[in-house]
Design a protein around this ligand. Structure first.
Ligand code: HXC
Length: 522
């Protein structure tokens, strides 16, 4: 064979591999409103940056006459490329080949690129679109999944891992995305569940559609499995790029800086909006996002889990050019109470940031934990403890600002000085106490209140006691006297104070006691 003939053969094989499961099946994919595996990679990565590996891998199955049905690449495109110039490793499952199902060979390709990501310290991004275990391969496929799960676990906290669900992701297959750091889904085309509608109907007699059971809305609002949801694949992939832009490539790298410190949004810019956002009355709601946006560089704040547990907000932003992880109680939703979902959401976010050296900035306005049997029976004790534990074990720079309320155990949990926050600030109107005035006076002045009720002066007496309590306890000065609050700051100087604090913490090095690992209350 001459060289040109050999070249022709290579080109022919490449074209065959690029054709996936064939014209018809690719057309079916497009008809379903979905992009193909390769189109998705083109949108995710910088143009021309993708380097494909294992393009000619085929499955090894001999059962079910599978030896006669081989597709180059075996249903998954793997390799590496760049996102805004920074390297990432990727796989993209091709539904046109055996429904993107996972064979031994398909799994080996994914494992190989995961190994490379870990070796070179690059984020791993998986685009999932798969009917699950390749039925014809039986246990070899299950073994393949477990190999991926093991690598997901090894890579956790070493490289950022991102899962994008762009079709089915069912059965045990969901557990790879579940271990990764962030899950993206697309409305009306991606779904995740451990058992599908048919099995559920048989076992529990419930009627539920695929979308209602495991669609993007369900997982972004109800279960909290999904962190980011978008109405289109394009929007979804653009958001993945945006997220990657905030993250370091691995746990030894610093998060990427944009510009020099505060260069393009001055570090001493006054935050004049905050005083207007904070209501006069302490029980009035306001949107904590607005305060966060007023403080962060260019007003940009990339929210994670925005539809789930909305009583707490978490997300990434830049402060003085560097990435910070922002956590804020949200008074506009459930008064900003901590409950099970909020604790889980924030705890996982805090641990992610701590793994990847991303400083934590916490905006506190919390009236306490949400009362009720649903919360107690659901285990708010152990779930709330997760957030406490996550903050306490985090060694990255930790800064907290009490914008209004910090009551009870929630005061301790929300990055308090006592669990080793580095800087704790409060606005002059902050209320820091064991509980709110209304509840406190009922306990402290039981007799006086009963007396007032008898003499028909209940309202006046309650108002007087509340006022007295508020003046005595519901302010930041008791905490400041004890050194639990480092500085009482004016709202307009928030940005300057936070950026200065971050700068002063650049050299922070902290190590806990030597141990195998702690035992977070799971
Ligand atoms: C082999 C599969 C397959 C699978 C789909 N296909 N799933 N081949 N193994 N798991 C093939 C189909 O035979 C078909 O081939 C092509 O992919 C497209 O599938 P369709 O059914 O035509 O597509 P659609 O109507 O869109 O339905 C998609 C689907 C359905 C909902 C995913 O295919 C389905 O239910 N598949 C089985 C899902 C499943 O039960 N998987 C195992 C889950 S358990 P042709 O040749 O016709 O194009 C599991 C355990 C993992 O995954 C455990 C890890 C620990």
């Amino acid at each position: 064979m001459s060289y040109s003939e050999k070249l022709k053969e290579l080109i022919a094989r490449e074209q065959k591999a690029d054709a996936g499961g064939g014209v018809e099946r690719l057309a079916k994919q497009r008809l379903a409103g979905k992009l193909t595996a390769r189109q998705r990679l083109e949108l995710l990565l910088d143009p021309g940056s993708f380097v494909e590996l294992d393009k000619f891998v085929v499955h090894r199955c001999l059962d079910f006459e599978m030896q006669n049905q081989k597709f180059l690449g075996d249903g998954v495109v793997t390799g590496y490329g760049t996102v805004s110039g920074r390297m990432v490793c990727v796989f993209s499952q091709d539904f046109s080949v055996f429904g993107g199902s996972l064979s031994g060979a398909h799994a080996s390709k994914i494992c190989k690129i995961m190994d490379m990501a870990l070796k070179v310290g690059a984020p791993m991004i998986g685009l999932n679109d798969s009917g699950g275990a390749r039925i014809q391969e039986g246990v070899e496929s299950l073994g393949g999944y477990a190999e991926i799960f093991w690598r997901n676990t090894q890579a956790s906290g070493v490289i950022p891992q991102i899962s994008v669900i762009l079709g089915p992701c069912a059965g045990g297959a969901v557990y790879s995305p579940a271990i990764t750091d962030f899950i993206f889904m697309v409305e009306n085309s991606s779904y995740m569940f451990v058992t599908g509608p048919d099995v559920i109907k048989t076992v529990t007699h419930e009627d539920v559609t695929k979308e209602a059971l495991g669609g993007a809305d369900t997982h972004s609002e109800k279960s909290g499995v999904c962190h980011f949801v978008d109405s289109s694949e394009l929007g979804c992939l653009q958001n993945v790029r945006k997220l990657v832009g905030f993250l370091p490539s691995n746990n030894l790298d610093d998060p990427p800086m944009r510009g020099r410190l505060g260069e393009d949004d001055p570090a001493d810019r006054l935050c004049n909006e905050i005083s207007k956002i904070l209501p006069d009355h302490s029980s009035k709601p306001y949107d904590m996002r607005k305060i966060i946006e007023n403080v962060m560089d260019h007003g940009e704040y990339f929210e994670v889990h925005s539809h789930y547990a909305q009583n707490i907000v978490v997300g990434f932003a830049r402060l003085g050019g560097g990435t910070v992880g922002v956590i804020g109680n949200q008074p506009a939703y459930l008064a900003g109470c901590l409950d099970i979902a909020a604790s889980l959401k924030a705890a996982r976010f805090v641990r992610f940031c701590d793994s990847f050296l991303i400083p934590l900035v916490t905006f506190v306005d919390v009236p306490g934990f949400l009362p009720g049997t649903a919360q107690e029976y659901g285990g708010i004790i152990k779930h709330g403890a997760k957030l406490l534990y996550a903050y306490a074990e985090a060694t990255v720079p930790k800064i907290a600002l009490i914008t209004r309320k910090a009551y009870g155990g929630a005061y301790d949990v929300m990055s308090s000085k006592h669990i080793r926050s580095d800087f704790n600030f409060a606005y002059p109107g902050a209320e820091i106490a064991v509980m709110g005035p209304e509840g406190a006076i009922n306990i402290l002045y039981r007799k006086e209140i009963a007396q007032a009720e008898k003499s028909g002066k209940l309202n006046e007496e309650r108002a007087r006691l509340v006022e007295h309590y508020r003046n005595t306890f519901a302010n930041p000065y008791k905490a400041a006297e004890l050194g639990y609050i480092d500085q009482i700051i004016r709202p307009e100087e928030t940005r300057r104070v936070l950026i200065n604090s971050l700068k002063s913490l650049v050299g922070k090095r902290e190590q806990g006691p030597s141990r195998k690992h702690g035992n977070i209350p799971l």
